[in-house]
Design a binder for this molecule. Structure first.
Ligand code: ADP
Length: 295
């Protein structure tokens, strides 16, 4: 009783009162540990009655559910981030549809119509990407991410996968190294990893316009790296980058994202039997790389 968090005392007392009438005890509360830290417990029990139907005692368990509560909190946080991320493009689609609806009635030949259709489409694409990420995570958790390997040229895939960056015109992509190297891998999945690296380079290096993609061969492995000259990553954050839902605290700067891209990429590379890593220096930039076996 002394260890119970004062704010949870009433909750505990009410649970005990209820137990006297229902015969069952259940509550979750915080405990102040001797070292001052907080832990969550779950109390569950049954009331035992004497021969004259007088409650004699409660028999049950106290379970430490601190880990469970932390996971639950992480999940709640993630759901709120994901909903927010989906809501942004959805609001934009809704606005485009409303404007189109009005325009078509007032001026069906307006030259603004294609513009709003484009805007709606690009928001829809954004939503599709987000939903794809979520589905990828479910597949990974269920161990159902299957690979379909073929032979293809690394340089060709890289050239084709990053058209959207060239079209946007904000960053220049430089392809260097062994441009004749052939890979044996799941083209679509490796494409996804490269796109993720390049998109991050664009997102987290908004003030520098150079991105260097390098292809090299090391023994029997192919190595592909994407280098940006952006804000870099503090060393203490690097070990967590490939964790699910992890996002570096951007101290006030708001970058959108689910924190899933690198997690999914790491899983794809691991399935290929390769490795993934990063070298980064604050204010100088980052180089994300992966290796996969050549055959
Ligand atoms: P998201 O971009 O959706 O947050 P990712 O898994 O792709 O998720 O990235 C995880 C985190 O790693 C990002 O939130 C960001 O803080 C950091 N990060 C990734 N790529 C870069 C980069 N090129 N430069 C700086 N930080 C990066």
């Amino acid at each position: 009783m002394k260890a119970l968090h004062p704010d949870d005392l009433e909750l505990r007392n009410n649970a005990h009162k209820t137990a006297l009438t229902t015969g069952k005890l259940f509550y979750e509360a915080r405990i102040i540990w001797p070292n001052g830290s907080l832990r969550w417990i779950r109390a569950q029990g049954k009331v035992y009655y004497g021969s004259i139907n007088k409650p004699l005692r409660i028999l049950g368990t106290l379970l430490d559910i601190t880990e469970f509560k932390h996971l639950q909190q992480q999940k709640d946080d993630f759901i709120s981030v994901a909903s927010h991320e989906l809501k942004t493009p959805m609001t934009s689609i809704k606005a485009s549809m409303q404007l189109l609806d009005r325009l078509i009635k007032v001026d069906p030949s307006s030259d603004k119509i294609p513009q709003f259709i484009n805007r709606g489409n690009s928001s829809l694409n954004k939503m599709q990407q987000l939903v794809d990420s979520l589905l990828n995570v479910s597949k990974i958790t269920a161990g159902q991410l299957a690979l379909h390997k073929t032979h293809f040229l690394a340089a060709q895939m890289i050239n084709e996968c990053c058209d959207h960056v060239r079209l946007a015109g904000t960053h220049e992509l430089e392809l260097t190294g062994d441009t004749d190297l052939e890979l044996y891998a799941d083209r679509q999945r490796i494409d996804q990893v490269v796109v993720n690296f390049v998109n991050n380079a664009v997102k987290y290096a908004p003030d520098s316009n150079r991105i260097v993609i390098n292809i090299s061969k090391q023994d029997n492995m192919a190595k592909i790296s994407v280098q940006d000259f952006g804000r870099g990553i503090p060393p203490e954050n690097i070990p967590h980058l490939f964790e699910r839902y992890y996002r570096v605290d951007t101290s006030g700067i708001q970058y959108s994202g689910l924190g899933l891209g690198l997690y999914i990429s790491a899983e794809i590379i691991e399935l290929h039997g390769g490795e993934m890593g990063v070298e980064s220096e604050v204010d100088k930039g980052s180089t994300f790389w992966f290796t996969i076996p050549l055959n």
